[in-house]
Ligand binder design. Structure first.
Ligand code: HEC
Ligand code: HEC
Ligand code: HEC
Ligand code: HEC
Ligand code: HEC
Length: 166
C-alpha cells in the first residue's frame, strides 16, 4: 500500500469515522450451494462445530466440505446441491464460497482476541442463526471498529490496528 502523510491519513480517518455505515448491502449474497445457517443451527450445531478458530486465532475459517459430508453422505444424497458437495469431496476441492466479511490485509484483526474480550459473534455478524443466507448486515468499517473500541476503552491509536509507518 502507498505511504501517506500523517495529515492526509488523519483526514481520511475522520471522514471514515463519519461515514460508518451500518448495512452495506441488504441483499443476501448468492453462494454456490444454498447452505442455510438457520436450518443447520436449529439442529443443535454450534458455531464452533464448523468455525474452529485454529491457532494463532486470527481466522474463524470456513469448514471444508469434509465436515458437510459427515452428515450428507447419508442425508439427502439425491439433492443436486448435495451431489455438488459430494463431487467436491471426491475431487478434494472446495465450493467457491463468496466472502462476506473481509478487511484489507493492512489491518490487524484477531477473532480470538475479541472473543476472549467477551465480544459475541452476533455483535459483528448479526443474528446468523436466524438467517438462511448471509450478507454484510453489520459494518466492519474503520469507524465501526473505532466506535466499539471507544465504548470498551480499547485503544484507537493508529498503530493498534495498522503497522507503524513514517
Ligand atoms: C454446519 C457448518 C456451520 C455452522 C454450524 C455455522 N456455520 Fe457459519 N458458515 C458455514 C459455511 C459453509 C459458510 C460459507 C457460506 C455462507 O456464507 O453462508 C459460513 C459462513 C459464515 C459467515 C460469513 C463468512 C464470510 O465472511 O464470508 C459468518 C459470519 C458465519 N458463518 C458465522 C457463523 C456463526 C455466528 C455461527 C453460529 C451461530 C455459524 N456460522 C455456524 C458453515 C457453518
Ligand atoms: C449434523 C449434520 C449436518 C451437517 C454437518 C451438515 N448438514 Fe446440511 N443438512 C443436514 C440436514 C438434516 C438437512 C435437512 C434435510 C431435510 O431438509 O430434510 C440438511 C440440508 C442441507 C441442504 C439443503 C439440501 C436440499 O436440497 O434440500 C444443503 C444445501 C446443505 N444441508 C448444505 C450443507 C453444507 C454446505 C454443509 C457443510 C458446511 C452441511 N450441510 C453440513 C445435516 C447436516
Ligand atoms: C469484533 C468483531 C467480530 C466478532 C466478535 C466476530 N467476528 Fe467474525 N469477522 C470479523 C471481521 C472483521 C472479519 C473479517 C476478517 C478478515 O478479513 O480478516 C470476520 C470474518 C469472519 C469469517 C470469515 C472467515 C474468517 O475467518 O475470516 C467467519 C466465518 C466469521 N468471521 C465467523 C465468526 C464467528 C463464528 C464468531 C463468533 C465465535 C465471530 N466471527 C466473531 C469480525 C468479528
Ligand atoms: C465488540 C466491540 C469491538 C469491535 C466491534 C471491534 N473491537 Fe477490536 N477490540 C475490542 C476489545 C474490547 C479489545 C480488547 C482490548 C484489550 O485487550 O485490552 C479489542 C482489541 C483489538 C486489537 C488488539 C488485539 C490483540 O491482539 O491484543 C485489535 C488489533 C483490534 N481490536 C482491531 C479491531 C478491528 C480492526 C476492528 C474492526 C474490524 C475491531 N477491532 C472491532 C473491541 C472491539
Ligand atoms: C480499531 C481499528 C482501527 C484503528 C484504531 C485505526 N484504523 Fe484505519 N482502518 C481500520 C480498518 C478496519 C480499515 C479498513 C476499512 C475498510 O476497508 O472498510 C482501515 C483503513 C484505513 C485507511 C485506508 C482508507 C482507504 O479507504 O484506503 C487509512 C488511511 C487508515 N485506516 C488510517 C488510519 C489512521 C490515520 C488511524 C489513526 C487515527 C487509524 N487508521 C486507526 C481500522 C482501524
Amino acid at each position: 500500500m502507498r505511504r501517506w502523510s500523517i495529515l492526509a491519513a488523519a483526514a481520511a480517518a475522520l471522514a471514515m469515522a463519519w461515514a460508518a455505515e451500518t448495512v452495506t448491502d441488504p441483499k443476501p449474497v448468492a453462494q454456490p450451494v444454498p447452505y442455510s445457517h438457520k436450518k443447520h443451527l436449529a439442529m443443535g450445531l454450534q458455531c464452533k462445530s464448523c468455525h474452529t478458530n485454529p491457532d494463532p486465532g486470527e481466522v474463524m475459517g470456513i469448514p471444508g466440505v469434509k465436515v458437510c459430508m459427515e452428515c450428507h453422505a447419508g442425508v439427502k444424497p439425491g439433492s443436486p446441491h448435495i451431489q455438488k458437495l459430494a463431487k467436491h469431496a471426491a475431487d478434494k476441492s472446495e465450493p467457491a464460497w463468496a466472502r462476506i466479511y473481509l478487511i484489507p490485509s493492512y489491518v490487524f484483526f484477531s477473532h480470538r482476541a475479541h472473543t476472549e474480550a467477551g465480544a459475541k459473534c452476533e455483535k459483528c455478524h448479526g443474528p446468523v442463526a436466524t438467517r438462511d443466507a448471509l450478507w454484510r448486515e453489520v459494518s466492519i468499517s474503520m469507524g465501526a471498529c473505532m466506535d466499539c473500541h471507544r465504548q470498551n476503552k480499547a485503544s484507537n491509536d493508529c498503530t493498534f490496528c495498522h503497522e507503524a509507518r513514517q
